[in-house]
Ligand binder design. Sequence first.
Ligand code: SAH
Ligand code: SF4
Length: 350
Amino acid sequence: MNIKELTLDRESLAAAIASEDSTFERELRDLAYRTKVETIGPEVYLRGLIEISNICVKNCLYCGIRRDIRCSRYELSEEEVLATAQIAAMRRFGSIVIQGGERTDQAFISKITRLIRAIKNIEPAVEGDPPLGITLSLGEQKKEVYEEWFDAGAHRYLLRIESTNPDLFHRIHPNDPLHSYDRRLRALYVLKETGFQAGTGAMIGMPFQTAEDMADDLLFYKEFDAPMIGMGPYNPHPETPLTLQGAPYPSAERRFALGLKMIALLRLLMPDINIAAATALEVLDPRGREKGILSGANVFMPNITPVNQMVKYNLYDRKTLLGDGALSFNPETGIIIGYGQWGDSKHAVK
Ligand code: SAH
Ligand code: SF4
């Protein structure tokens, strides 16, 4: 495929995704990176990632912390989350993400509300910096819960649609009302109505997933007018039903190339949004997220979860991430870190 032939309609996107021409892929990534720098500048925004708990009421067929997997469960205490957020403030990360398994019990909901308020009261390290921005990624919740968390001070929420092909969605989730495509889609619109900057995304390179499915994912992000996207390669976990079924999926090398390519195509499609360089890239390549940024991503999420618990948040095997909070880029890349700011996308600010 030739980069000059790329038109960003469904057919052309699918052809670009299916192409294994490495010259095309490199040209595409370079074009996307230039587009990113020209549209939103050289900066990369930080989100300190706090994985609050691996307890989950759901049973997604691909996930290593699904309800029915036997593993050691943990939940960070309020003190631990606050101390971790304090580190993010001290290091001027500007924002944090609180992510975890889905829980809908009242104790958990109230704990999150208290935490949001307390984090908002952390003194910034430098006078003039805003209080930490808070992104939540805690799954599907009732409208009242989203409202409570928004009113407490969180302002961004990440809920991946996982796949915009309802058939594929239902092949990778159990067949019950808790795991419904329509319910997840509705939750996304409710988040938007509530006032959140609602981000979404999908996994890339899953069993049964076609190039057209991935093209449709990109077109959905545009239609939903998402201010931020977090999408990343599917990484099989050895004990999940999806892996044990034995359905084929692309090689690690292909999934990595696809992950970068999806970032690049999305940057061309939506030049001024925030695109995260997903953690799942780092598992496939020791500089995976840096390469994500050089393909057009502009958000980097150093994992600052206390390491003794981080090892238990095994969505998939990710031992490479220990000590991730150290945060380093190859100086030759020219990547500039946007310290001490929320880093909302230009798209959202508009
Ligand atoms: N429970 C919340 C947030 C935590 S899971 C939720 O599901 O929304 C965060 C993301 O991890 C999910 O959205 C999913 O896309 C991703 N994930 C889970 N298992 C994965 C796997 N095996 N490979 C790649 N990503 C995975
Ligand atoms: Fe739970 Fe999220 Fe994993 Fe699904 S993907 S099982 S909701 S943690």
